[in-house]
Structure formats: C-alpha cells, structure tokens
Write a protein that binds this ligand. Structure first.
Ligand code: PMP
Length: 370
C-alpha cells in the first residue's frame, strides 16, 4: 500500500493501515462464523464480546474508575452538546460554559434549548487563539456543571491542564481523547466522537460518573414540560441500563474502535503515544517558530498537539503551498473555512514519517519561496 498519502485530515482522520486491514479481513467472514462483521446480530455472543472488549480497553487505556459508566452511542459529539444539558440540567438550572471556539459555541447553543447557560469566558477578540487559565474566570456557585472543550480542532488550541473546578466538570474530548493522559476522575462527563483518535465516525464514547447517571434520573423527574420524561434515545440512565444497545448500535464502528484501541495498546498505551505526539507537534512548531515566513495561529501557551494551525505571511502563497503539497502526496492541509490558512491534524494514527514528510516539505517550500 505504498500509494497511501500522508493524510492530515481533521476528521474523519487517518487510521493505521494494520487496523484497516483487520477491518477488511472481518467483513466477508468474521472468525469463520460464515457471516461477515456487518451481517450479524448485535444481540449475538460474538458482538457482545466485541462491545465488552471495546469498553474494557477504553477503561484500561484511559484509567476510567470502576464506578464510571462507558457508553458507545450514535449522534456524534453534536448530540452530546444537547444530551449533556438535557440530562444534567433541570429547566431552572444553569450550566457554566467556557467558550474557546466553534465547537464550544455549538455546545452552548444546544444547551440553551433546554436550560440556562452562563458563558463564563470568551476570548477578548473573536480570533480564538488561546484558552483561559483558571484565574481568568469565575465559576458561579449556583451552576450545576462547568463545560469545556479540551481541544479546539478548528483553531488549534488546547487546554494544557484540567480546569480546576469545585462543581462537576463536563468535557468535549472529541479531538484529543486518548492522545495524552486524562484525569478522568476529575470529570463527571467526558464525550468524544471517535473519528479522530479512536476510529471511524458514527461512534461516540461517553464516560459518565455515578453523579451524572444519578443526575439524569433526577432531571428526568424535573421536566414536567415533557410528560413521560426524557426521550428514550436521549436518556443516559436508559443507555446505561441497556449497555448502549437500546436500539441497534453501530456494530461496525464499535468493532473498528476495539481494533483501534488494540493498536493503541501495541503502541505502549496513552503515555507512550503522548510522547510521540509531543515529538510530532514539536517538529512542526519548531519550523513555524524559526522565521517570519510562517505565522502560527495559536498563542504559545495554548498550542494544540493535535491540530496545528498557521498562515503564511504572504497569504498568496497558501494556495501554492496546498497545490504543491498535494503534488507531493500531502493531503488535508487546508485550514478550516472559518479561519483560513493551513492546518495539519496529527492525531494518534498520523505517523512520525508523515510528520517528517510535512516538515521537510515546509523547509523546502520556505527555501524556494521565502
Ligand atoms: N467537538 C469537537 C472538538 C470537534 O472537533 C467536533 C468535530 N470536528 C465536534 C465536536 C462535532 O463532532 P461530531 O461531528 O461527531 O458531531
């Protein structure tokens, strides 16, 4: 498969070739059962083994406390924007939100559909090139939880430490889950779409503390506007009771997630992949920092290890950069339409070799056009 490109897509993102080959192998005849992976019941013992394995691996890799629940749902992180608020906030309750970019803004918008929102931090400009430190905001005592977006995929910023909070913490880890150790026990809800670090789109990992599960039971009773309680598909407690299989889950996606987690284990687990991720990101940031030819977007103390965003001083060169990169087999480097410029997404499965190829392309590009 030497013709695979160096893929810097923001998501769905590159998967390790060995994982793709395992998926390919499972499609026509899974474990010699005579039926393919996508053709068997989600109530079968074979699928039960798959979902239990995926959940166990996620627990071990992320060090999730035994008392926490792990769900593998559908609807993406976008549905979790609404589900977190719907399950944790009664109609009179308030969620406190840190707004660090497009995805936080969307989380706020969805939460406002069913509860009160207090946005406790937004950047001074609309550029979204930094994340706050704990001293930059005050958490209202009356708020039920504090929500933050751990990594801002579009702007290339990332929280460097877990925000300190004396109220439950809810976090969107869609673009950096399993890329660095997470202190799960400091959080009450963690959610993440799988399509960047954990596998294919269509599966969303949701990690719930005992408080979060209990809260969804309480809130269910608090919502008189909704006779009969929360809609089944949006009810955390029901999803826990049904082991994420109230309805037919994404069986293929959950298998792919399990294979991706097994690959992560073979890399030495999260601390080891984190070391690799630091090395990969430093390789590109060190080039961006060497001359004025490049203009990095994120402030130094807020830089993401997953999504590196930058511009070229002479913005006319950006189209040339993209065209030449494409010609060299370097794909997915265009910045998000809302920010422009360039972006390299270097999630867990983006190899050091791909990052080296990008680094060397950038150095040559600067020599030729600088
Ligand atoms: N949050 C973050 C940080 C994201 O990067 C994305 C997708 N790029 C989302 C939420 C939305 O995820 P989904 O498409 O799975 O709903």
């Amino acid at each position: 498969m030497s013709n695979r490109a160096h893929n810097f897509s923001a998501g769905p993102a590159v998967l390790p070739l060995e994982v793709i080959e395992e998926l390919q192998h499972a499609l026509p005849n899974y474990k010699n059962m005579g039926l393919g992976l996508m053709e068997m019941s989600h109530r079968s013992t074979a699928f039960d083994d798959i979902i239990e394995s995926a959940k166990r691996r996620l627990r071990e890799l992320l060090n999730i406390p035994n008392s926490y629940e792990v769900l593998l749902l559908q609807g993406g992180a976008s549905l979790q924007f609404y589900m977190t608020a719907l399950n944790l906030l009664g109609p009179k309750d308030t969620g406190a939100y840190i707004n660090t970019g497009t995805w936080s803004t969307k989380a706020i918008k969805e939460a406002q559909r069913c509860a009160h929102v207090s946005t406790i931090w937004t950047p001074e400009t609309t550029v979204f090139n930094n994340v706050p430190t704990d001293n930059d905001y005050t958490i209202p005592e009356s708020a039920t939880f504090l929500h933050y977006t751990s990594n801002n995929t579009i702007f290339g910023t990332q929280f460097q430490t877990t925000p300190v909070s004396n109220i439950p913490l809810v976090a969107d880890f869609s673009s950096d889950i399993a890329s660095a150790p997470i202190n799960v026990s400091k959080h009450d809800v963690i959610y993440a779409g799988a399509q960047k670090n954990l596998g294919p789109s269509g599966v969303t990992a949701v990690i719930l503390s005992p408080w979060a599960v209990e809260r969804s039971v309480t809130v269910n009773k608090l919502r008189p506007v909704r006779p009969g309680g929360l809609p089944s598909m949006l009810n955390y407690k029901l999803m826990v009771d049904k082991n994420s299989m109230f309805n037919t889950p994404n069986t293929f996606g959950i298998f792919a997630l399990d294979r991706m987690l097994a690959w992560l284990e073979r890399q030495g687990g999260v601390p080891s992949i984190h070391t690799q991720n630091i090395e990969k990101a430093n390789r590109i940031y060190s080039i961006l920092d060497t001359s004025d030819f490049w203009v990095p977007h994120a402030q130094q103390d807020s830089r993401s290890l997953m999504n590196i965003t930058w511009k070229i001083q002479n913005s006319k060169l950006e189209a040339v950069f993209l065209a030449e990169a494409e010609g060299e087999g370097l794909k997915g480097l265009k910045g998000h339409r809302s920010v422009g410029g360039l972006r390299a997404s270097i999630y867990n499965a983006c190899s050091l070799e791909s990052v080296e190829a990008l680094a060397s392309f950038m150095q040559h590009f600067e020599q030729r056009h600088g």
